[in-house]
Ligand binder design. Structure first.
Ligand SMILES: C=C(O[C@@H]1C=C(C(=O)O)C=C[C@H]1O)C(=O)O
Length: 398
């Protein structure tokens, strides 16, 4: 977006390292705030203050909105986890070394927030896990192994409840979050509630009528030893079980997008997407939209892909609602931003955590198909908790 009177951004200058410090602290100061950084670290948004709010992504966006939809229609006890979108008072965009804002007053606002906090330490006091998860996954596998089963795939989730010594601050979480590379960094804060995600997975990026999405499904660990790491990656690429898990996602996205694009790019084989603890099968998908669809229409159309829900969708979602111990809230739901010119990026809120006062909840899920093994899926979810556990760990050290 260019700088001019009728454009959203009215202020622009070079960004300084001091700006980040102050902007991070402003995430704590404002009762409602958000942060979004893409996985290539080429675009950052900060959003502060509440002008308007919605529970789900609105159809018509007049300026710019930030927020997240809940994974499904289940009601959560925690308010934020039922979905929250807001139009901020102040938006700051950082890209290509330039800082832009919707307010010409930005420098005086930054000057008013100069006070520096020291990093506040938190300690993990207690972790409570779901003890019967393996048993429930075993039951699910038996169900899927039955040739008469109406379900082919379910992404089954679990949660860990954590008690912390102190309340987390968004600025501290962000500092630790940005140490994790090749993933999106997302924070959504309302009052005492904070949702954080270090997700590798894009649901949708839309700009000028072009759409980009991805299938991310099929997982194996990383290894410190480069030789072993390559072996793990290669066997993932050749694993029939993982290929099936992945293909469900590619087929579903392809079918949905074929109906609404004039041109669609779907590579025939997945490649590897490597994060710190895990590597995934990854198929980037892009196309040109035929109809003038809003970002909201596209999100509603694509979410949840079989990477987070399952196949067939309706039956898998029912299974999730009945057999997961607690509603997912924002876990695995779409989270991101949308602008008035129908540009937007939404990622799925996995590798994520919800914090409220001294309580935190961590989320992880794994795609279960016929032939899956419960212990292996448990180990996979344990790895998927690690980004957020490490983030909490960072906050306990100097
Ligand atoms: C559900 C999660 O991850 C999803 C499930 C994957 C799988 O089953 O292999 C891989 C990536 C994600 O699409 C999670 O990280 O919690």
């Amino acid at each position: 977006m260019k700088k001019s009177d009728n454009q959203f951004f009215k202020f622009e200058r070079e960004v300084t390292s001091q700006d980040y410090q102050v902007l991070n602290q402003m995430l704590d100061y404002f009762r409602v705030s958000a942060f979004f950084e893409n996985n290539t670290a080429t675009q950052i948004f900060y959003a502060f203050g509440l002008k308007n709010s919605w529970q789900t992504l609105p159809q018509k966006v007049n300026t710019m909105v930030f927020g997240a939809n809940a994974f499904d229609g289940q009601h959560s006890k925690e308010e934020l986890m039922n979905g929250f979108w807001f139009e901020p008072e102040i938006v700051v965009s950082i890209a290509n070394g330039r800082l832009q804002s919707n307010t010409v007053e930005l420098d005086s606002i930054l000057a008013n927030h100069q006070q520096t906090h020291d990093i506040k330490r938190v300690q993990i006091k207690k972790i409570i896990s779901e003890t019967d998860w393996i048993q429930r996954v075993d039951d699910l596998i038996k169900n899927l192994n039955d040739v008469k089963s109406p379900i082919d795939k379910v992404v089954f989730g679990r949660q860990e409840m954590i008690e912390l010594s102190n309340q987390n601050r968004a600025s501290c979480l962000l500092q630790a979050l940005r140490m994790q590379h090749n993933v999106y960094h997302v924070i959504l804060k309302r009052e005492n509630e904070i949702f954080v995600s270090a997700t590798p997975e894009r649901l949708v990026f839309v700009s000028q009528g072009e759409i980009q999405t991805a299938a991310v499904a099929g997982t194996t660990p990383r290894d410190r030893d480069p030789h072993r790491d390559r072996e793990l990656g290669n066997s993932l690429l050749h694993s029939l079980k993982n290929q099936r898990e992945h293909q469900f996602v590619v087929d579903s996205i392809k079918m949905k997008l074929e109906a609404i694009t004039t041109q669609l790019n779907v590579p025939s084989n997945p490649i590897l997407l490597q994060n710190k603890q895990v590597q995934h099968l990854y198929t980037p998908i892009s196309g040109t939209l035929s109809a003038n669809m809003s970002v909201k229409d596209l999100v509603d159309n694509l979410h949840p892909t079989p990477a987070l829900g399952g196949v067939p969708q309706k039956e898998a979602l029912q299974y999730i609602a009945q057999h997961e111990q607690q509603p997912r809230g924002l876990f695995a739901g779409p989270i991101g931003y949308v602008t008035a010119d129908n540009t937007g990026e939404l990622v799925v809120g996995i590798r994520s955590m919800y914090c409220e006062q001294t309580r935190a909840r961590l989320f992880a899920g794994a795609g279960i198909v016929a032939g899956s093994e419960a212990q292996q899926e448990y180990d996979e979810t344990a790895l998927k908790f690690k980004p957020m556990l490490q983030l909490l760990g960072e906050l306990t050290h100097d």
